[in-house]
Design a protein around this ligand. Structure first.
Ligand code: SF4
Length: 343
């Protein structure tokens, strides 16, 4: 019988599997406690389970391991882990420390299909989805080194393009018997896939949503985010309104500021109109490095843009990029988690 990776399973799935194998249902809670609270990855250490049952569990389940290929710390404390998967592919996971929190940025795919122009992480194209267990294992390995308070699905890949494994990972991380991450501390970051956003809304998981916007004009967004040609802003907005109806939290828009491209006062007015049509806030992220022929705007243009948004009643925060010296950013997106300068 092929063994099941235990990190694949939600608490309910584990319970059902254990019941079918003649274990009492409460063993599932005990196993979750050992794995997600005590950090154990070997049944032989689960001392409140009998030796006979531990041996039986070892015959049914397995624990996967990652090899840490590298671990680099940036001058600002941001830490990047490069993990080698069982098929020799590699993924990145980043921890971003702030004053009162440590945010973990999880990858959900190896590569990405969406080809955003400012993104360096996914230049090699899409290779495969990560399994639920591979998403969870990033959390388990990093949480040994740092106490994680917040999680964003904002690493390599588009989380909503790996929908079922994303949702299972969220359910596993939320389980009170295990990691117990409150839903409000989990954020799904997307380039804007309307059907999946609606599906996520329907599940009412309570997680937050962050959308890479970068322009409120279709013609401009088309140029830097090819996904917009398939799902233009009007279609995206409808799905976000649906998500907003079931969410207690504002949708966050990530807006990378690019010189001569999306930082005119007209861009700001249009952005404010778009954002004011639902409960939302904006993270303004001046492009940190020149790439793909794109440059950072001048400081006065950043201030004027910010002021214009404010005058239009749009809630916006200027963010600093983090982890630049260790190339910790997924495009510019991860920069949005950096130190904030509200106005
Ligand atoms: S920014 Fe995100 S969605 Fe866009 S190509 Fe990069 S990984 Fe994919």
């Amino acid at each position: 019988m092929e063994k099941v990776c235990i990190y694949h399973l939600t608490l309910d799935e584990l319970k059902n599997k254990l019941i079918s194998e003649d274990f009492p249902a409460y063993r599932a809670q005990q196993v979750f406690d050992w794995i997600y609270r005590k950090g154990v990855s070997d049944f032989s250490f689960m001392s409140n389970i009998s030796k006979r049952e531990r041996e039986k569990l070892s015959g049914i389940f397995e624990f996967i391991n990652f090899e840490i290929m590298s671990k680099r710390k940036s001058a600002d404390g941001t830490e990047k882990f490069l993990f080698k998967l069982r098929d020799d592919l590699s993924i990145e996971t980043v921890v971003i420390p702030e004053k009162r929190r440590n945010t973990l940025c999880l990858s959900t795919q190896v590569g990405c299909k969406f080809n955003c122009r400012f993104c360096v992480s996914a230049r090699g194209g899409f290779i495969r989805n990560l399994e639920t267990s591979e998403i969870i294992k990033q959390y388990l390995d990093v949480s040994r080194a740092a106490e994680i308070t917040n999680i964003v699905f904002m690493g390599i890949g588009e989380p909503l393009d790996n929908f079922s494994n994303l949702v299972k990972s969220i359910r596993i991380l939320k389980a009170k018997e295990g990691a117990g991450m409150p839903a409000r501390r989990l954020t799904v970051s997307t380039c804007g896939l309307p059907k999946a956003i609606k599906k996520l809304a329907g599940l009412k998981l309570g997680v937050k949503l962050s959308v890479s916007l970068h322009s409120a004009y279709d013609e401009k967004r088309d140029k830097i985010m090819p996904v917009n040609r398939r799902y233009p802003l009007g279609v995206l907005l409808d799905s976000l309104k649906e998500f907003s109806k079931v969410s207690r939290y504002p949708v966050t828009f990530e807006y990378v500021m690019i010189k001569g491209f999306n930082v005119s006062l007209e861009d700001a007015r249009r952005l404010a109109k778009f954002c004011n049509s639902l409960k939302s806030k904006v993270n303004l992220i001046p492009l940190n490095l020149s790439r793909g022929g794109l440059d950072k705007p001048d400081e006065p243009d950043i201030s004027k843009f910010r002021d214009k948004l404010k005058r239009h009643g749009c809630l916006a925060v200027l963010r600093k990029p983090r982890g630049e010296d260790i190339e910790a950013a997924c495009g510019q997106l991860r920069a949005s988690l950096g130190a904030k300068k509200p106005f």
